[in-house]
Design a protein around this ligand. Sequence first.
Ligand code: ADP
Ligand code: MG
Length: 739
Amino acid sequence: MLDDPLKKAVGPRSATALGTLGLHTVGDLLRHYPRRYAEPGTLTDLATLAPGEHATVVAEVRQVTVRPTSTGKGLLQAVVTDGQHTLALTFFGRSTRALGYHEMRLVPGRRGLFTGDVGEYRGQRQFTHPDYTIFGLDVDDENEALDEAGRPIPLYPASASIASWQIAKAVRTVLDPLTPADLPDPLPQDVRERHGLPSWHEALLDVHVPRTEADWQRGRDRLRYEEAFVLQAELARRRALTAAQQATARARTTGGVLEAFDARLPFTLTAGQREVGEQIADELALPTPMQRLLQGEVGSGKTVVALRAMLQVVDAGGQAALLAPTEVLAAQHARSLRALLGDLAEAGYLGGADVGTRVALLTGSQPTAARRASLLDAASGRAGIVVGTHALLSDVVQFADLGLVVVDEQHRFGVEQRDTLRAKAASTPHLLVMTATPIPRTVAMTVFGDLETSVLRELPAGRSGVTTHVVPASNPVWTARTWARVREEVDGGGRAYVVCARIDGDGEATATGEEPDDLSVTEPDPTGRPEPARAPLRAVVEVAAELAGMDVLAGVHVGTLHGRMAPEEKERALDDFAVGRTPVLVSTTVVEVGVDVPQATTMVVLDADRFGVSQLHQLRGRVGRGTAPGLCLLVADVVAGTPAAIRLDTLARTSDGFELAALDLELRREGDVLGAAQSGTSSSLRFLRVTRDGDVIEKARADARALVDRDVSLATWPALRAAIDERLAGEREEFLDRA
Ligand code: ADP
Ligand code: MG
C-alpha cells in the first residue's frame, strides 16, 4: 500500500510532477509534510476591508490585465467584486509568461475565495499575491469552499513543476481512502497512550487536513516523538546487540604495569579522573564489551585515564589500540604515552623496567622498516599499545589479542571503522571513545546514543588557565602589542603558536578543508548576510616570513607547520617547537586537537573570525597546559553584534566548554549539528530539533530502551522495524556514524 507507485494513485501527470520533488510512492507523499500553515482568513465583506488586516473574501473576477513592467518583469492586475465594491489583486512575476498560470485561472466571471493581507495602493484596497481558490476548479462548490476557508491552509515544499495546492490535492487523493489498518504504526499503542499521542493515521490527517491549529500541532507533536523514538530504538538495539556480545574480561591485576605506572605518576589524579577510572576498570572486568564515551575539556587529563585503562588490559594479557584522526596526532600520542610510561614502555630493551610493555606507532606514511617493525610488534603482542591512524584499519594489521579500542576524537571515526577494528579481535574488544568537544546532553543522546557517557569536569590543579583577548586586526598599535607579547613570552621561556587560515598566498585554501587530514569547519553566517569586503586571509608562509623580519622578534627562530608538509617534516617542526629551537610556530589548524607542548603559553589566531567556536576553544586549549598561565589573542576585525563578534566575545568571556557548545549549537543550523547528511532531503529528522527537544529525546530514549529490553529483535514490532530500515537506511553511515 505505502509502497504503491504514485502513478497508480494520483495519475501519471501528477506523479511525474511529484517525482521532481523526489516523491515516488504513496508513503513518500504521505511523509511530505506541510512546511507551515497559512492562517485561515476571516470571511469579510468587501465593504469593510481594513488595511493591515488578514482577510478572506468571496468575490467574482471582473477583469484581468497582464503587462510587462518598465524593468521587463511581469505584472498581473485583476479586479474582483462582490457586485458593489471592488478589490485589486496584484501579482508580480519574473516575466509576463511567468504569470500565465494565474492568468489561466483568473478568468472574468469565475468566482472564488481570496485570502491575503489588505493593502492600499492609490486609494484602492488590494491584495498582493493572495492565496485563492476558484469554485468549480479547485473545489466543487461554494459550500465546500467556505467550509475549508476556515481551516489552516497547509503549505507544502513545492517546486516550479508543482504548486503547494496541487500537492495538497494529491495528498488528499491518497489519504482519503486510507484506513488505520492501512497504516501500521511504528509507535506501540502503550507508548502512545502514555504520552497522549494520536495514531499515525490520525496524525497524518492532523497535519495534512487540519481543521484547527490545535490539530496540526497535535499531529506534529506525535511525528516529532516518532522521529526521536525510531532513532532511539535503533540506538538502543545496537547497544543491546553489542552488550550481548562476548568480550574478554580484563580485571585488574597486582604487580603489573598499571601498578608500577600509578606508583611513579608525578601528579595525583583529580577526583574526576579517579572516579571515571574506577568506572572503566569495573567495566573492563566484565565479559561484556564496555561502550563508553569520555568527554572532557582539552587538558582535563583524558589521555592519562585512557592510558590507565590500556595498562589494565595489557596487564590482563591483552592489547590496546589507540586510533587518532591525524598522523600528527598519532605520533603525538605515541610520544606522550611513551613519555608518561618512561622505561615501562621499554619492555625487552636494555634498561627497560622489570614489568613493562611497548608502544608501537603505525601510520600510513611511515618508512617501510619502521612500519614493518610496528606490524610485527602488534601481531606478536610485544606491543601492548598500538597507536595509529586509519592505517590501523587496514588488512595487513594483525593483533595478537586486541582487548581495548580507544578512539580519540570520535567525530572523525565512524562505527564502521570501529567495527573493522573489532573484527581484528577474537572477542569483541572494549571500547572507549574520547572527545574534547563538550557535547550538550541531547546531542550526545542522539549522536552517541549507544554509548554510556562519562565527563571529566575539572581541570588538574595547578593550571593557571588561559586569558583570552580579542585584538582588532586593523589597529596597528594593538597588533604591534601582540608581537611584543609574543616576544615577552619567548624571553620568559614560553612558546607561541600563530595560527593562520591558509597555507600560502595563492592557494584557494581557507580555514576549511585545506588539510586532507583535518576536518576544521567554519560555520556559515546564519544570518545569511553577505560578507563585507575584507583583506585577504593571512597565510602561514607569508606570516612566518613577516615575523622573521620583525625587529621585535629579532633573534627568535620561527617555524612553520601545515598539512602540505611531509609527515617527518611535521614531526620535526613540532619537535623543534617543543624543545624550543623554534619557540614561535606559525601553523594551520593542524595544532587544533591534542598537540601537547607544556611550555606553550601563547596562542595567536589570525583571522579568528574565520574559525568556529569549538575550533577556537580547541586551539586555545593548546596553551596554558603547564604551570605558566596561557594567553590567547584572537586577531580579527569584526563588526559588533555580528555572529563572528558574538563568538569571539563569548570566547573571551568564558572558558566553560558546555556554555560554548551551547552557543555553537545556537549559531549553527541544525543540519550542521548532526552532520552533513542532515541537510539532505531524505533526512529522517523533520520535526525533531536536538537543540530544543531534549525532553522528547529523553522520553523516547527511555521508552525505546524499555521496548528493546523486552525484544531486541523487534520481531513483535514489525512496523517499528520497517520504520528504522526505511528511514535510517541511507543515513546509517553518514549520520548515525558520522564517519
Ligand atoms: P586531554 O587529553 O584531556 O586533553 P591530557 O591527558 O593530555 O588532557 O592532559 C593534559 C596535561 O595535563 C598532560 O601534560 C598531562 O600529563 C597533565 N595531567 C593529566 N592529569 C593530571 C593531573 N591529575 N594533575 C596534573 N597534571 C595532569
Ligand atoms: Mg589528549
